[in-house]
Design a protein around this ligand. Sequence first.
Ligand SMILES: CC(C)(COP(=O)(O)OP(=O)(O)OC[C@H]1O[C@@H](n2cnc3c(N)ncnc32)[C@H](O)[C@@H]1OP(=O)(O)O)[C@@H](O)C(=O)NCCC(=O)NCCSC(=O)c1cc(O)c2ccccc2c1O
Length: 287
Amino acid sequence: MQSLDQESSPAATRAIAWETPADLPYEDVLYQQAEGIAKITINRPEVRNAFRPETVRELIDAFHRAHMDAQIGVIILTGAGDLAFCSGGDQRIRGDEGYRDGAGIQHLNVLELQRQIRTLPKPVVAMVAGYAIGGGHVLHLICDLSIAADNARFGQTGPRVGSFDAGFGAGLLARTVGLKKAKEIWLLCRQYDAEEALAMGLVNTVVPLCDLEAVTVAWCREMLKLSPTALRVLKSAFNADTDGLAGIQELAGNTTALFYMTAEGREGRDAFLEKRAPDFQKFPRRP
Ligand SMILES: CC(C)(COP(=O)(O)OP(=O)(O)OC[C@H]1O[C@@H](n2cnc3c(N)ncnc32)[C@H](O)[C@@H]1OP(=O)(O)O)[C@@H](O)C(=O)NCCC(=O)NCCSC(=O)c1cc(O)c2ccccc2c1O
């Protein structure tokens, strides 16, 4: 286990002063920000931070907010309290077709949230204390990095509670921990402690619970010193092979945006607007 001393310099581990933007219409989610970091917290500790459709809707809104905020470079996803990161879908409101919202409509909208976290062009770090179980386990898996407290416990429960995530929940897990281990996790529904999770490559580091936020913030600060464009393209590159054409689209979108920023890209636009033939001859054909 890594301790805070091994982790970073004193400057990197100084306390962070979170601010909460006023008037956010959230019931189940907390949104805080500081120093270019957004912290999004699932705030339902009475049910081990299980999510209902409204929770997921608020999470989608919060991630969108962090995505669109040019001041934010890194996002932390976590759960309220020390006992759980997230325990998956709220089984009390599970209907026959999905999870019922207040209007009685049934959803599996966490799948939309999973895609959003993957395609969002900023690193997302799961800060995991306690249980990351079921759909909550898939959420940490989807995040780019996972930092676990020494009390963290990981596992899938689907086959025990009559559910499964045969999308990223199965496929991305296999790419992360290997096919045999992923099958073990899903087919036996066991729980794994933080050190076991580290050994199988499911988390990036394990830290004492009391250091969890400080270490997570230190990792975020490290990323904030790096090139945002490089991080953005790398994130989409890691998704590209898993996500097929949609992944290539995401990676390709980044190359288009970078091309738009060049004189060569601008020449095409300017020529059209100036009603003249474009002059691409001035641009080198690089080897
Ligand atoms: C998470 C636990 C291992 C924690 O155990 P512990 O002993 O610490 O605590 P309790 O069991 O006593 O729980 C305290 C309290 O919280 C309630 N609770 C916990 N989890 C949930 C939950 N998921 N839903 C509703 N309520 C929950 C619990 O009932 C207690 O309340 P009291 O009133 O009795 O005090 C353990 O709690 C546990 O195993 N929880 C269930 C984990 C689980 O099976 N999750 C659902 C898996 S399926 C899923 O998440 C899922 C969701 C999706 O939206 C999908 C969409 C598409 C495909 C697949 C999906 C999917 O699989």
